[in-house]
Design a binder for this molecule. Structure first.
Ligand code: SF4
Length: 298
């Protein structure tokens, strides 16, 4: 499977299990059992730091406590509830997921990874995370935090996607999937981050990379996300500005031009065209507005 021997893997797994209580972060979705609440948290945590998700997660679930509630809401309202999280396509996709849950699963979140994976907008990581954290299904989850730990502590080299999945499954073994997966994520967030903090890391004595030295294997390993381009001045920032304006209500083309002052015309058109193409914004002769709601099939 990898260069790591079974004994080394067992030592790493034991060290993670022992360290779990001390690694736990105080996050409101940790320990949640409501599958819908877990699914919403996992979608929000994609590309947004945990500290920024706490408030919007609570507010979103107050507004949309069930898939039915989200499926029936106007998209413009959903985009407003998404404030502070960025990457607004996720809000649109989450509403599509909610619609599929209503139409295919009677408004319930399914337990099996393959059923979750078949939902629109739900990828492999999210499906496994919901199965493990909400239902206690014994599957390993590999996000960017876990992927760094696998590459550094377990293998001491960059892993392929298949190797990373196999190593994660072998490490989990018959351990409690909720507790162990969360401990791996917490370890990656607290210690084995992009710039690892090895001093004080509970895996320091068993870490393959720390023992062998050499180039950091994490940046080129599977499932490790690359650093994002700077936000300031990016299209993401301008998209956010446009949506922020439309949360107040429709805007004429002139008002939108003024709101996006500083953006040269060709790029402004490109940003607005992309929002329209993504289904987040509608354009009419009069100007722009946030998109309306999809209809729930009865
Ligand atoms: S010792 Fe360093 S590299 Fe190894 S798992 Fe801990 S933080 Fe990561």
């Amino acid at each position: 499977m990898t260069t790591s021997g079974a004994t080394d893997r067992a030592r790493v797994a034991r060290a993670v299990s022992r360290a779990a209580p001390g690694l736990a972060r105080d996050l409101p979705w940790v320990g949640a059992r409501d599958p819908w609440a877990v699914l919403v948290s996992e979608v929000m945590l994609q590309q947004t730091p945990a500290a920024r998700v706490v408030g919007p997660w609570r507010g979103f679930l107050d507004l949309y406590p069930t898939p039915e509630a989200l499926a029936a809401a106007p998209l413009g309202e959903v985009l407003t509830a998404w404030r502070g999280l960025g990457y607004h396509r996720r809000a649109r996709d989450l509403q599509r997921t909610a619609l599929a849950l209503v139409e295919r699963h009677g408004g319930r979140v399914p337990e099996a990874v393959e059923d979750l994976r078949a939902l629109p907008g739900v990828g492999e990581y999210t499906a496994r995370a919901v199965a493990a954290f909400a239902f206690g299904v014994r599957v390993a989850v590999v996000d960017t935090n876990v992927a760094r730990v696998l590459a550094r502590a377990v293998a001491g080299r960059a892993l392929t996607p298949r190797e990373a999945r196999e190593e994660a499954a072998a490490l989990l073994g018959r351990r409690d999937p909720r507790r162990f997966n969360q401990a791996m994520i917490d370890l990656g967030a607290r210690h084995c981050s992009a710039r690892p903090r090895c001093v004080g890391c509970p895996l320091a004595r068993v870490c393959a990379w720390r023992a062998a030295g050499g180039e950091d294997p994490a940046p080129t390993s599977a499932h490790v996300t690359r650093p994002q381009a700077p936000f300031a001045g990016s299209d993401r920032q301008w998209r956010g500005r446009a949506i922020e304006r439309l949360r107040l209500g429709p805007a004429t083309s002139f008002q939108m031009r003024r709101h996006l002052l500083g953006l040269e015309p060709a790029r402004r058109r490109r940003v607005l065209d992309a929002l329209v193409a993504d289904g987040l914004v509608t354009r009419s002769a009069g100007g722009f507005a946030l998109a309306g709601a999809p209809r729930v099939a009865r």
